[in-house]
Design a protein around this ligand. Structure first.
Ligand code: TYM
Length: 341
C-alpha cells in the first residue's frame, strides 16, 4: 500500500492559499485513494515556532486546524485515514537528529525558504528555522510516504527529503526509506500541470502567506466573510485594462481567475473563456468576492459544528497508529546506523 502524507502548520490562522493549495487537493486525493493507500494527515506543530508565534494560541490553533480538514470534507471515519500531531510522535524529532548527521550543511543552506524567512525575520534566525526541512524529511521518511501533496513552495524541501533518502539507502546498502516520488510525478499525482501557488492580494508576485504582516494581502479561513470580500475588492491588479490569464504580466488578475475556478470547482480554462476580452476588473472582483463570501460562510458553519472532543478522539486514535509505524521505522534506522543490533 502506498502512503500519501501531508501537513499544514498551525502557527497562525491558515489562509485561502493553504486551503486551496493543500487542504482541498489532499481531501480530494484521500477520497480517490483511501481504498488502496494509507492517508496520513498531521499537524507539524513542532514546525510551528521556527518563526516567532503567539505560544498561548498554539494549542487551540492545532485543534482548529483539524476541524478545518474535517470541514473541507475529510472522511475521518475511513480506517485508512489517520490524523496526528507531530509532537505526540517523538520519533519525528529523533529521526530528525539522525538525518541531520547525513545532510551536508551546504545542501541545507541552499533552501530558498530559509533564505526568504531569514530575510523576513532577521532578528529571529534560529537553528530551528535552518533545520526545518530536515524535520520535514523525517516527517515523510518515517512513514515511507511516496506521495506528498504540497504547494510549489515546498517542492524544494521534498527534493531534499528524496536526496537524504537516496544517500542513506546507498550508504547502508538497503532500502531503509521509500523514495518520495520526484517533483513531476508528485504534480501529476495531484492532477495538476504545475504546483499551485495562490498569490498575495497586495503583491501578486509573492505567494499568499499566513505570516505576512499586511492583513489585506491574505484571506484567512477565520475572516469575516464580508471583510474577506472587501479584501478581494481592493486586490492589486494592473493597468493593462483587459482580463487575460497571464501570470507574468497580469499576476493579480490571473490570481483572481485561479481563485474563482477553484472555489466554484470549475475548470480554469472555462473561467478564462468566460472572462476573455472583458475589460471591467470591478466585475471580476465582484464575482470573486461573492464566491469567497459564499465559500467562507458555508465553511465556517461546518467548522463550528465540530466539537473539540470530536477532534481529540480523532487525534488520539491517529497517534496510536502513527507511533507504531514511526517507531518501527526509527528502530530500523537505529540498527542501520549502528546504535542497536
Ligand atoms: P505550511 O503550513 O507553510 O503550508 C501548508 C501547505 O500549504 C501550501 N501553501 C500554498 N499553496 C498554494 N498557494 C499558497 N499561497 C500557499 N501557501 C502555502 C504549502 O505548499 C503546503 O503544502 N513545510 C510544510 C509543512 C510540513 C509538511 C511536512 C508538509 C511539515 N512537514 C511533511 C508535507 C510533508 C509547510 O509549508 O506548511
Amino acid at each position: 500500500m502506498n502512503t500519501i502524507l501531508t501537513g499544514v502548520r498551525v502557527n497562525e490562522e491558515p489562509t485561502l492559499g493553504n486551503f486551496l493549495g493543500a487542504y482541498v487537493p489532499m481531501v480530494n486525493l484521500s477520497h480517490e485513494h483511501a481504498k488502496d493507500s494509507q492517508i496520513n494527515f498531521f499537524v507539524p506543530d513542532l514546525h510551528s515556532f521556527t518563526t516567532p508565534v503567539e505560544h498561548s494560541k498554539l494549542y487551540d490553533l492545532t485543534i482548529k486546524g483539524v476541524k478545518y480538514y474535517i470541514a473541507a470534507g475529510l472522511d475521518v471515519d475511513n480506517p485508512n485515514v489517520h490524523f496526528y500531531r507531530q509532537s505526540r510522535v517523538p520519533a519525528h524529532a529523533q529521526l530528525c537528529w539522525i538525518l541531520d548527521c547525513f545532510t551536508p550543511f551546504g545542501e541545507a543552506s541552499r533552501m530558498t525558504q530559509f533564505k526568504e524567512k531569514s530575510a523576513e525575520h532577521p532578528d529571529a534566525i534560529t537553528v530551528g528555522l535552518f533545520n526545518y526541512p530536515i524535520l520535514m524529511a523525517a516527517d515523510i521518511l518515517l512513514y515511507d510516504a511516496k506521495y506528498v501533496p504540497v504547494g510549489e513552495d515546498q517542492l524544494q524541501h521534498l527534493e531534499l527529503a528524496r536526496n537524504i533518502a537516496i544517500r542513506m539507502n546507498n550508504k547502508f546498502n538497503q532500502e531503509l526509506f521509500t523514495l518520495p516520488a520526484p517533483e513531476q510525478e508528485q504534480i501529476k499525482f495531484m492532477h495538476l500541470k504545475k504546483a499551485l501557488r495562490i498569490r498575495s492580494l497586495t503583491d501578486p508576485t509573492k505567494k499568499m502567506s499566513k505570516s505576512a504582516e499586511n492583513e489585506k494581502s491574505k484571506i484567512l479561513l477565520s475572516d469575516d466573510p464580508k471583510q474577506a470580500a472587501k479584501k478581494i475588492m481592493s486586490a492589486t491588479t494592473d493597468s493593462e485594462g483587459v482580463i487575460r490569464f497571464d501570470m507574468i504580466n497580469q499576476p493579480g488578475i490571473s490570481n483572481l481567475l485561479t481563485i474563482e475556478s477553484l472555489l466554484t470547482n470549475r475548470d480554469i480554462q472555462d473561467v478564462i473563456s468566460d472572462w476573455a476580452g472583458q475589460t471591467s476588473y470591478g466585475d471580476l472582483k465582484r464575482k470573486v468576492a461573492d464566491s469567497v463570501m459564499h465559500f467562507l460562510s458555508g465553511f465556517q458553519e461546518r467548522v463550528n459544528a465540530i466539537t473539540d472532543d470530536d477532534v481529540k478522539a480523532i487525534l488520539e486514535k491517529g497517534e496510536l497508529y502513527a507511533n507504531e509505524i514511526a517507531n518501527n521505522k526509527l528502530l530500523q534506522v537505529e540498527k542501520a546506523v549502528g546504535l542497536y543490533k
